[in-house]
Structure formats: C-alpha cells, structure tokens
Design a protein around this ligand. Structure first.
Ligand code: ADP
Ligand code: MG
Length: 256
C-alpha cells in the first residue's frame, strides 16, 4: 500500500505553509525528511493525519487509493497511519493503558483482546523499550520527561502496528541509550508491511535506520531528494549550501 502526496498545498488560516509537496511512501520503505526549522515538516505530518487546524487548498493525499482529505484522524489511523508527535500532548485523567486499549480496539476490531491480555502485551513492549512498568497506569504523558514521552510514542507505535508511521523528531531530546532503543524498535518493525517517514535534524538516527530515501524540505516544498549521502552532505555543510545549490535565495542574517 502506498501513501501518495501530490502537489499538496495547505494553509493555517490564510497563511500558506505547504506549497506543493510531492512524495510517495510505500510499505517497506523508510524515508527521512530533513530541513530547517519552520519548513513545514510538522505541518505535513499533521495534514496527513487529518488535523482539522489545517486546510488543504490544493492537491491530494491518498493511502491505498483512499482520499484522506475526506476522513477524520481516527479513520486515517484505522487505515494504518500513525504519527509520533514532535510535542506529545499531556492528557490528565486518561490512563495510558486505557487510552491505548481504546485506540487498539478501534484499529484492530477483529482482534478482540481482553484488557488483561492487552496489559500483558503493553508490559512486554514497555520492557523492550526499558520503560518502567508503572508508566502504563499513569496519566497519558502527564509528568513524563521529554525522553519518556518520545519512548511512550514509540510504545504506541509498536502496539498499534501501523502500516506507515510518521516519526516527527522522535529522536530529538533522547539520550544516547534511548536513541538506540528507539532506533532498534523501529528497525525491528521494518518489514514489507511497514513503512516510515522519519523527520529528523540528525544523521545519527539515520545511521541506525538506514533510510531508503532522504528528502530536504524548505519553505513548504521538497527541494532535494537522494539517498543517505544527502544526509551526510547536510551534516557536513549545513543547509545553506544545499539551499543555494537548489536555487533558493539564502538571506544572510543581517540581510533580514
Ligand atoms: P517544522 O516542523 O519544519 O519546523 P512547522 O510545520 O512546525 O515547521 O511550521 C511551518 C511554518 O508554519 C512555520 O513558519 C510556523 O511558524 C508556521 N505555523 C505552524 N503552526 C502555526 C499556527 N498554528 N499558526 C500560524 N503559523 C503556524
Ligand atoms: Mg516540526
């Protein structure tokens, strides 16, 4: 199955943020998206998942030929798409295990799993990520450290088993050991049935994940695509060189 984004334009209010994105991601592939702050990477993730804050003004997003623009986020998730938030929300009064059990039942209605069995699955997966077992009875993300929130997002991914996962800077704020655990978890998920879009600023996670494609986003567009060598070039030279080569006018700091 393929997530296909064609000439996608999207706005917040009257401000156009995405200005013609083209990207196809199939199950089995890992795509990295890099790019300066404010390029629209998180906006793209949110638009794919149907966040109603954003309006698609032109273009199309489909998954397995279904038009996502007409669907609610829970319907999009049910098709097998998953987003690990850059900034996970804290929700007081909602226990992590109840939240995830509800999501699981919505997405896998045929695999009736009792709460007891589900909690066992959660505990095992938490153990794999070295997440403390009391986590699953805590309120969703409330009081979790930055790194714990990110690991909790990956725990959700492992349990929900999406077809395509979008990881929005999941590696930011992780210490080296957590980064390794998260990367290993994503690698273990890799199969013909699993694809991912990994948004990151750092080559380190890409060394573990070995993406099939690397894209550079700038000002609402993908301005360059390549392989892992593109991430290497970026790490060495920074964005400005690649932007210049791609014909983007780069303002000097004092030119603004
Ligand atoms: P990235 O994830 O690449 O850093 P974002 O998608 O978060 O970029 O943001 C892209 C642009 O959209 C930025 O200029 C940001 O200020 C703007 N933006 C994001 N959310 C909002 C919002 N709610 N209201 C107005 N502008 C926004
Ligand atoms: Mg972002």
């Amino acid at each position: 199955m393929e997530l296909k984004i064609e000439n996608l334009h999207a706005n917040i209010g009257t401000k156009e943020i995405l200005k013609g994105i083209n990207l196809s991601v199939s199950q089995g592939e890992v795509h990295a998206i890099m790019g300066p702050n404010g390029s629209g990477k998180s906006t793209l993730s949110n638009v794919i998942m149907g966040n109603p804050k954003y309006k698609v003004s032109k273009g199309k997003i489909s998954f397995n030929k279904k038009n996502l623009a007409e669907l609610r986020p829970d319907e999009i998730a049910k098709l097998g798409l998953f987003l690990s938030f850059q900034y996970p929300f804290e929700i007081q009064g909602l226990s992590f295990s109840k939240f995830l059990h509800a999501a699981y039942k919505n997405q896998h209605p045929l695999e009736a799993m009792s709460i007891m069995k589900f909690r066992k699955l959660l505990a095992e997966t938490a153990h794999q990520l070295e997440i403390k077992s009391d986590f699953i009875d805590r309120e969703l993300n409330v009081g979790f450290s930055g790194g714990e929130k990110k690991r909790a997002e990956i725990l959700q991914m492992l349990v929900l088993k999406p077809k395509i996962a979008i990881l929005d800077e999941t590696d930011s704020g992780l210490d080296i050991d957590s980064l390794k655990l998260v990367s290993e978890a994503v690698n273990d998920s890799r199969s013909k049935e699993f694809g991912a879009i990994v948004i990151t600023h750092y080559k380190r996670i890409l060394n573990y994940l070995k993406p099939d494609f690397v894209h550079v986003m700038h000002d609402g567009k993908i301005i360059k695509s390549g392989g892992i060598e593109l991430a290497e070039e970026l790490e060495e030279k920074g964005y400005s060189e690649i932007l210049k080569k791609s014909g983007v006018k780069v303002l000097e700091v004092n030119e603004k």
